[in-house]
Design a protein around this ligand. Structure first.
Ligand SMILES: [Zn+2]
Length: 255
């Protein structure tokens, strides 16, 4: 799992204009605001990742719990089946007992047969009770595992709820930040002539988010290439309020 700083680094690459590389060249959205946005962005991305990891961990625990519960239920059914069988044999044996001691049968051969049946049933019941003990021994560790997994599921549910809360907060903060930026931007854009604004937008979209560059010496702050002496001289002579373009990258150039 990526750490917060790794996500920040990845975002910095994905959104180079948000890292402060533009050094105040983009007049409409100051870099400081962008840095804050980047931070918020990274936090929200990190929180989203945490929430997704928590959800996956919870799903794993729930699946394990379901499997273990199914094993437990299966063992309970086995136990019930053996119980029922024992009960039916005991009822049968009681019937033979009553017949044996009830005085209605006097034939020694028949009496012996009854005794044999009673003995056979007794052996079968003992056998079944042994089987039941074995099942009960298997139930114990499964019950313990079910209890353990139930606790894990509860704990992971709490972790997920916590991660979701943090994500909601981070997203709300980001949304508020973006909204504030949009207001700042709208205010900054108001005095800009529509034609210039349209050009700026077009340049900005096509040039990595930077539409305006500052000329420092003979270097364009947008593409960092040097301009020719003729170009620079012409630029310096521009009357107030006029603007030029970098001959290399085409960005609007300001002094
Ligand atoms: Zn340039």
């Amino acid at each position: 799992m990526a750490t917060l700083s790794e996500i920040r680094a990845a975002l910095a690459l994905a959104h180079p204009t948000l890292t402060g590389r533009a050094e105040g060249l983009d007049v409409i959205l100051p870099d400081e605001e962008r840095a804050t946005l980047l931070d918020e962005w990274a936090q929200a991305a990190y929180d989203k990742q945490q929430a997704e990891a928590a959800a996956a961990a919870l799903a794993d625990a729930e699946a394990a719990l379901a499997a273990e519960s199914a094993t437990r239920d299966d063992l309970a059914r086995q136990q019930k089946r053996i119980d029922d069988e024992v009960e039916s044999f005991k009822a049968k044996r009681q019937g033979f007992d009553q017949k044996l001691y009830g005085g209605t049968v006097s034939n020694p051969r028949e009496l012996q047969d009854l005794q044999d049946e009673i003995d056979a049933l007794g052996r079968r019941i003992t056998q079944l009770e042994d089987e039941e003990l074995e099942v009960m021994e298997q139930v114990e560790p499964v019950e313990a595992k079910v209890a353990e997994l139930t606790a894990t599921v509860d704990q992971r549910r709490a972790v997920l709820a916590d991660a979701e809360t943090r994500l909601t907060v981070a997203e709300a903060e980001l949304a508020a930040e973006v909204e504030a930026e949009e207001a700042v931007r709208a205010e900054a854009a108001t005095p800009v002539p529509a034609e210039l604004l349209a050009e700026y937008e077009r340049l900005r979209a096509g040039r990595g988010g930077i539409g305006v560059a500052k000329l420092t010496g003979t270097q364009c702050g947008g593409c960092h290439l040097g301009l020719s002496a003729v170009e620079v001289a012409a630029f310096r002579k521009l009357p107030d309020g006029e603007y030029g373009h970098c001959e290399e990258c085409g960005r609007i150039l300001v002094p």
